[in-house]
Design a protein around this ligand. Sequence first.
Ligand code: HEC
Ligand code: HEC
Length: 231
Amino acid sequence: MIGTKLLGSLNFEEASPIKNILIVPIVAIALCTSLVFARAAEPVGTKRIINNFLPGSVTKDEGLRYWRKFHEVASHPRCSNCHVGPDNIPMWSGSSYGETRPHGMKINAGKSRIGAETLLCAACHTSLKKPNPAANAPLHSPPKVTGIWGLAPVSAAWFGMSSNHICNQIKDPQRNGNRSIRDVAAHLGHDAVLRWAWSPGGNREPPPRTLQEAMDNLMKWAAAGAPCPGE
Ligand code: HEC
Ligand code: HEC
């Protein structure tokens, strides 16, 4: 049922045979490239490190301040455009897109979150062998990373969510991929998408401050007992 709905939203039933002939090999090639390159992602960052802060060394008020800094990153379009809910529709938001709107071309990532049901994200967001800012430089080109491009899990939906909601999600192992906050910070440090976010190309803006500072802010927040604004 959901499949029919997704197909409908891409108007496949109206696609001419010629379009089908073109789409099938494009998707197949993109799938193969993304599988080959998925393992070629950069190794755990050499320049980014996890700094430890002793539990209790940061007060609750300071902890809330560090959370707010991290929230400015999590709610930034470079993150929230992919961290969307169960409608599986990526967003186009941020100053380079003008008005906030759903991804053009009726893209829907489906339950797979990578577009496997209809058109793979990788058909346009091809995987890079190694980080290459030139590949993302042209205006309005589909962003490319050294990994598979797709939506974050529904449990980590941030778009349009409150700071308190995102705060509670990030520290909840049931909803964050069974991670400690340290694991989350480490994930940020070695994730290919995160590296792209800080050098996104085109005229897209990166999130505020640096990736290292985002990791430090999470760790300082954890040292304060990970307080959330609603507590
Ligand atoms: C291309 C889409 C995309 C973008 C852009 C993106 N993410 Fe993600 N994110 C994902 C996917 C896919 C996962 C699941 C992979 C995993 O957990 O290893 C994920 C998982 C996460 C997680 C894991 C923990 C959790 O809460 O589930 C964190 C933290 C995270 N992203 C932070 C960020 C931040 C911060 C940014 C912006 C700087 C960002 N992401 C931008 C796709 C994206
Ligand atoms: C037909 C080509 C095409 C397909 C397929 C496609 N995209 Fe895109 N995507 C683009 C283009 C082009 C842009 C950049 C548009 C611009 O900058 O004006 C983009 C931008 C994005 C952005 C915004 C990134 C940012 O923050 O600037 C997200 C998120 C995104 N795509 C997610 C996806 C996901 C998830 C899929 C698979 C379900 C997907 N896209 C499939 C072409 C595509």
